[in-house]
Write a protein that binds this ligand. Structure first.
Ligand code: PRX
Length: 635
């Protein structure tokens, strides 16, 4: 059986059945056939969801960079591994071959070592989408340092929280970044953040914008001269299967962001397997995922998954609307992209623009179109299918999470018939379950419930950095012996899944996960604010936008509301980043609360969505009278 090329639906079902009947054999065969190991495993899988504890390929030893780089040198040394497409279309694209990638990763790994980084140390990477980002990720993996990439759109406070949570010794950043027509001073964000981070000893600075920036004596070092004098050979550190590979933070509904920990062997096997099958990648294809490496999509499907398959992966620095809304399609034509993977929010934004931006370009190279990050609505799905895929490219709506490490539910192109807005069928090895409110599994089709996974898969996060209890509480306590995803889903008459959205207080805005609690905490720091509640409401392009209900202290009540709104969004930008800004802010005298003091967000969500016809039972509220007042003043 070729696990790598599923070509028909019947073959999918065969592979799927096998993967469920004997998961250990299934994952053992894949690991044996497709990777290089320094030492074989003793145990394919051990697991106990009550603790929870999961180990895959225990006893095995490897280095993921040998799998992503070294082993390709003999046959693919001159093949482009990373194709860097800069923000400015007039700047030349850079083709980095596997041989060059090998040398650059090794040089970077040697620099890390010289700078005192050793196996197990945490390194924070805060870089724009330039080659150094992928290279530094791989360099960490080469020497067994644990990378923690922080998306370079996060604020200094958000960066500092993440650095401190995992005690990073080093930060890798740049003098600045380009984003469409703008230049962003990244280094000053880092400098500000680091005022709160005593754990950081060294900052390596890549040059991108060539801006003049302050360098702190003894702490900050320019990267390039160090790389220039570093050796191009660096022996890979031999890692145990379950040694951490990286930490990546994701928002929770409450509290600080959660540092999800992914380990070496299982993550490698699963991301490589899913990349090959979800995108049906063939040897000379050019693959492009438009995500940022600061998110899990970039980790798994720009860096590790594609490189483990010896693929050519595009690393795009720009944005969809610079210099104009045709940029994506210009890049597709220029590099003859075969697989294209983006977010529904980008598709909705593109669909609003004139079709001339699409029709100017030759998109005939495209074979597979993917989406990820949030539910895709019917209209966006059809626009993508007709105008980009010309009805010839299967659309893979891939459902997964930072926590799952890789794609969990998705069509297999050319095997699974697609259905608009449906992520369709679970990947081989993935056993979804829908649960009801009483903790019982809902069997059969044409049902909906809360989406859980009832059997481990190789790339699941193993813990939350420094807080295993929170890991258990968040994911393994809602349903016995199940991983709870936080999403709701329905299963149709043929067993296809459609993800309906979060069932907790996480809101997905433009594909970014935002927890309500951290946003409320930052708003509440405004001296005029007494209390606040955030909910999501439907938005044409972003999917959801944020609506804030804010109670002012008496001192704030007479203030100019326009200015207050600006100040509140400024605070959010400082604490989290511009992605968490509120679209609407309603000042109110009260919030609907239960007798135990809990805010009834269900009511606030309905008001924000202008759907007040059926607010349900409000009689149990402590203060039912505020509801009408909020409705009367809704924005
Ligand atoms: O609600 C689901 C939504 O995004 C959440 C995970 O977000 P994050 O960890 O940031 O990872 C995003 C990229 C993998 C999920 O719990 N989500 C992701 N993909 C889909 C989706 N919702 C519907 N359809 C999808 N294809």
């Amino acid at each position: 059986m070729s696990n790598y090329h599923i070509k028909h639906l019947e073959e999918y079902y065969q592979v799927y059945r096998k993967s469920v009947r004997n998961p250990e054999n299934f994952w053992e065969e894949i690991a044996e056939e497709h990777f290089v190991w320094r030492k074989r495993w003793n145990n394919v899988l051990r697991w106990d969801f009550t603790k929870p504890e999961v180990t895959w390929y225990e006893g095995a030893q490897l280095n993921i960079t040998e799998n992503c780089i070294d082993r390709h040198l003999r046959t693919r040394g001159d093949k482009t591994a990373i194709l860097f497409e800069p923000n400015d279309p007039n700047e030349q694209a850079e083709h980095i071959s596997y041989q060059q990638l090998y040398e650059r990763v090794n040089q970077f790994a040697n620099v890390l070592k010289e700078q005192g980084i050793a196996k197990g140390d945490r390194v924070c990477i805060y870089l724009p989408m330039i080659p150094e980002l992928a290279i530094s990720v791989l360099a960490c993996a080469r020497i067994g340092a644990i990378h923690s990439v922080v998306f370079a759109g996060f604020s200094s406070t958000a960066l500092a929280t993440r650095i401190n949570d995992s005690d990073c010794k080093m930060v890798i950043t740049a003098d600045g970044s380009f984003r469409g027509p703008k230049t962003i001073d990244l280094k000053s964000i880092v400098d500000e953040g680091l005022e709160e981070c005593p754990c950081v000893e060294t900052v390596l600075v890549a040059k991108r914008t060539h801006a003049t920036i302050p360098m702190k004596e003894g702490r900050d070092k320019w990267l390039q001269p160090l790389l220039d004098s570093a050796d191009t050979q660096c022996e890979p550190e031999i890692m145990n299967a379950e040694d951490p590979l990286f930490i990546l933070y994701t928002s929770g509904s409450t509290g600080k962001p959660k540092g999800m920990v992914h380990t070496n062997a299982g993550y490698m096997v699963y991301t490589a397997f899913t990349f090959k099958n979800a995108f049906q990648y063939r040897e000379d294809d050019v693959y492009w995922c438009t995500a940022d490496i600061g998110w899990i999509t970039g980790h798994s499907y720009i860096v590790y998954g594609p490189l483990a398959n010896g693929a050519t992966t595009i690393l795009f620095e720009g944005v969809p609307n610079y210099p104009d809304w045709g940029r994506f399609w210009e890049v597709v034509e220029k590099h003859k992209v075969n697989q294209f993977y983006t977010a529904p929010t980008a598709i909705r934004a593109l669909a609003k623009e004139n079709l001339d931006f699409v029709e100017k370009y030759n998109l005939s190279s495209l074979k597979v179109l993917g989406t990820v990050g949030e539910p895709i609505n019917d209209e966006a799905w059809h626009w993508y299918d007709s105008n980009i895929g010309k009805k010839k490219c299967p659309i893979i709506d891939t459902w997964w999470q930072t926590e799952t490490g890789g794609i969990m539910i998705s069509p297999i192109p050319y095997a699974t018939p697609t259905k608009p807005t449906y992520a369709t069928l679970p990947f081989p090895g993935i056993q979804p379950a829908l649960m009801d409110e009483n903790g019982q599994e809902i069997k059969g089709n044409q049902v909906d419930g809360r989406l859980c996974i009832k059997f481990p898969w190789p790339s699941m996060a193993r813990t939350i950095w420094g807080n295993h209890e929170r890991y258990r509480d968040t994911y393994f306590s809602a349903y016995k012996n199940m991983y709870f995803t936080g999403d709701g889903a329905l299963r149709d008459e043929v067993g296809y899944y459609r993800i309906t959205g979060r069932v907790d207080d996480v809101i997905i805005v433009s594909g970014h996960n935002l927890g309500t609690a951290p946003i409320e905490d930052s708003i509440n720091e405004h001296p005029a604010v007494a209390e606040s509640a955030i909910v999501g409401f439907p938005h044409d392009i972003k999917g959801n936008a944020l609506y804030g209900y804010v109670i002012l202290k008496e001192t704030g009540e007479s203030r100019d509301h326009t200015n207050l709104r600006i100040e509140i969004n400024q605070i959010i930008t400082e604490h989290i980043g511009p992605i968490a800004k509120l679209d609407k802010i309603q000042f109110t005298r009260g919030l609907p609360k239960t007798r135990s003091g809990k805010i009834m967000r269900r009511i606030l969500r309905k008001i924000a969505a202008k759907d007040t016809s059926n607010l349900g039972d409000t009689s149990t509220l402590l203060n039912p009278e505020v509801v009408q007042d909020i409705i009367d003043n809704a924005l």
